[in-house]
Write a protein that binds this ligand. Structure first.
Ligand code: ATP
Length: 287
């Protein structure tokens, strides 16, 4: 596992919005899912990683190269799928494939054809005439087939129907198995987080709340129903309590020791679903 993307002290002011300061690293062999409220700065961060948007302070390095430096060879190692492709509306899928494929030495035509067939993509129709979901599928086919080391996907499954989402999810997992790869996805979809994420990055109002191993988050967050009344003092990691019998904690182990020390029995302990955990952490409370 190597650090392939480094973000250090990144700051940017955009009208009334301030991104950062952000410090985060992305390691090879992992899938990072960035989750955040609308307008928290996810797309801006992706664009900055691709040097499409400037920053006021700090630095971003991709595979050791500063993205705003003179050296641009790193761009061949990274593929970025924005929320909407700009400048493509007049081109058909066939034409887009002919334009993009020669730019990537690892272009995998058989993977592209397989995705096209799997998702039933009409390559002879203009991109601008396709539905949002089909545009997104075509864009994914054009991005995955580049077979780069790094993939940045900005809400890749937002407009997709449920069966396509599932197919895509399997494709992303398969893509990761092609070698040492790094995938960074922004998503509001619980399914993406549940199925794909190794790490979760939570963003709110331009700030990174933290980077977490998904498994750690899942094992540390629990809801307890107690046999007797909760004590007045707070339970370790307490996030919410109800009816003096139910408590939600982000530190399950410490909470259990706390109950045992006070001879408080619990009737039931329930693990929280990842979307519930995200809601608590982003300040949305219980769903
Ligand atoms: N070109 C721009 N000029 C001015 N403000 C901008 C520009 N681009 C983005 N912003 C602002 O930056 C903030 C972050 O936007 P961004 O699109 O990065 O958020 P996001 O987390 O991707 O949101 P969403 O989940 O809704 O896609 C928003 O307040 C947005 O209005």
């Amino acid at each position: 596992m190597e650090t392939w993307i480094k973000v250090k002290g990144l700051e940017k002011k955009l009208d009334g919005f301030k991104l950062g300061p952000l410090d985060v690293e992305f390691e090879s062999g992992t899938i990072h899912v960035i989750v955040g409220n609308n307008g928290s700065g996810k797309s801006t961060l992706f664009k900055q990683m691709m040097n499409l948007v400037t920053y006021d302070k700090g630095q971003i390095e991709v595979m050791g190269y500063s993205v705003d430096g003179k050296e641009e060879s790193w761009k061949k190692k990274i593929a970025y799928q924005p929320q909407t492709l700009i400048g493509c509306v007049e081109f058909t899928g066939n034409q887009l494939q002919q334009i993009i494929s020669p730019m990537y030495s690892n272009w995998d035509q058989s993977l592209f054809s397989r995705i096209v067939e799997m998702l039933n993509l009409p390559l002879d129709r203009k991109y601008g005439k396709l539905s949002q979901g089909v545009q997104q599928k075509l864009s994914i086919a054009l991005t995955l087939a580049r077979d780069t080391d790094i993939l940045l996907l900005d809400e890749p499954t937002a407009h997709m129907d449920i069966p396509s989402k599932r197919l895509l999810m399997d494709l992303f997992v398969e893509w990761m198995e092609r070698g040492e790869k790094l995938m960074v996805i922004s998503s509001h979809q619980t399914e993406d987080i549940r199925k794909l994420a190794d790490y979760l990055l939570l963003m709110r109002d331009g700030q990174l709340i933290g980077k977490y191993l998904k498994e750690d988050l899942s094992s540390s967050h629990k809801r307890y129903w107690l046999a007797q009344q909760l004590p007045v003092e707070k339970v370790p990691g307490e996030i919410e309590r109800k009816n003096e019998r139910m408590v939600v904690t982000s530190s399950a182990e410490e909470a259990e020791s706390f109950f045992e020390a006070r001879q408080i029995n619990w009737l039931e302990a329930e693990a929280l679903d990842i979307d519930e955990i995200v809601s608590y952490m982003l300040g949305g409370g219980r769903q």
